[in-house]
Design a protein around this ligand. Sequence first.
Ligand SMILES: [Zn+2]
Length: 618
Amino acid sequence: MKKITVLFLAVMSIHFLFDQEIFAQSQRWQQSVSYQMDIEMDVKTNQYTGKQTIAYSNNSPDTLNQLFFHLYYNAFQPNSMMDVRSRSISDPDRRVGDRISKLSPEEIGFIHVESLLINGQEVEMEEVGTILEVQLPEPILPHSTVLLESEFIAQVPLQIRRAGRDNAEGVRYSMSQWYPKLANYDEQGWHANPYIGREFYGIWGDFDVKITIDKSYILGGTGYLQNNNEIGYGYEDEGVEVKNPSGATHTWHFYAPKVHDFMWAADPNYTHEKLITEDGITLHHLYVKNKETKNTWPKLKEYTAKTMAYLSERYGAYPYKQYSVIQGGDGGMEYPMATLITGHRPMGSLVGVMMHELAHSWFQGVLASNESLYPWMDEGFTTYASTLSMSANYLKPTANENPLKGAYVGYERLVKSGLEEPLSTHADHFHTNTAYGSASYSKGALFLAQLGYIIGEETRNKAMLRYWEAWKFKHPNVNDFIRIMEKESGIELDWYKEYWVNSTKTIDYVISEVTEKDNALTVMLERKGLMPMPIDLIVTYENGEKESYYFPLAIMRGGKAAESDLPERVKTSRWPWTNETIEISIDQSTSKVASIQIDPSERMADIDKSNNLWTSAK
Ligand SMILES: [Zn+2]
């Protein structure tokens, strides 16, 4: 017991240093945690018991009278909120459907906290589905740290969604959302969201986790293995001879600093392959070798290394020394320092899902915006980054193709479906899964793509690195993001956020009238859609010369610098958004105009591009 206390204090002091770092950089406070867990897993009953000790620091200016824990595995029981929602939504996730309602007592998931002490005192608690509500005997004062000690018992559900046992590819344990996890409290209050479908939000801290399990099992997950030379299975340091300890179990000891969640996976048949990147990051790949994986997984490592370098250069240096790609779960799901992906895929799909989940390490893992409130700041930005990575590192398309075309098409389809809801909708509260998916992934990716159009590609790229430096490990929200873009560009952008995120108004600009008189061509541009945007207009003359016209919105209080792939600018004038039309006069005395085009880069998500081009009748 004494040994544990000493270690615990050491962990806490690291963690306080981390807090000071946060305060030095930002005015915003955030809670912090330090978890210690001892887990005993029974691979015959699929049940496990846990002892959990948490040092919880209330860095807020508020006095807390309650605490909330997530008990995610309780979702996998007939009539849970997740089950009812899945059976009543018009377009259920095929992986879930009505499967939860049919689980037997041996197949359900559960997690129950059997005892909980705060600073040694018992608390009053009530389990309400996937949330444990805790009433405190004494309030937690601002700027104080309390010790929470609990014991819990849990059963791993048959794999339905994300976590579980015995997934479709036969992987025994995909252990995510598996422990009593403290809900976050921030400047917007408590976030004790029940587990219905998506998404997650955690508190930054350290995880010290010991998992005792049948010794035939090979594990992977979040965190650095502390007793790697005792465990072996490819984790041992080079040249070390692993002595197999006696007894039927191994205790795997992991430590993960500065993360907001902890995932692990286990299977007796995992093949473990390791690669150390040029930047010194160890990449672990764990998969079950069979005819579906033997030709693809060994080649995956090189792509993981390439993607890690590509994303680090563009979005900020990956801050951990390890990343693990693990076969498991039900598709692809991101966790700190690791991912669970299904493995029976053709090479392109395997690389694509790895890139997507790895890109989450930046937006979900380290920037870590509240994914329930701002799912698009995670899924959309991740889609944007991984799509470009896939294009650069795997598909290598020709220069003319826009790699993000799929996102534009996805967004247009959403608009035409009539199902669209604002991006600002809470992830669980979209009326349909379609609306959630297209909004978060496609419309979210276009948020960044269009910013390149509005403030210029180079400025947007620089601002992404500035965003990382300013907000890593701090849970930024949409205002924090847009302020960085404003600071880097010198352009006011609140209008863009309001329209694109908080409304479903769409963009449609039109060349509505062209009239010729003497040597002058008068062109009328019209804003037909309800969302205003700055306009790039290209005029091509019959002699082959090109000119560009630029109409920033007056409310931008500035404009982007000329872009190198557009012709020379002959005119810039501000467009007040209240005016539906603007008129320009083009001199044709040297050469007649052959064509006029709105946004030839097609970065603007104009929902009707058929009226963006005018050509002289021949
Ligand atoms: Zn994703």
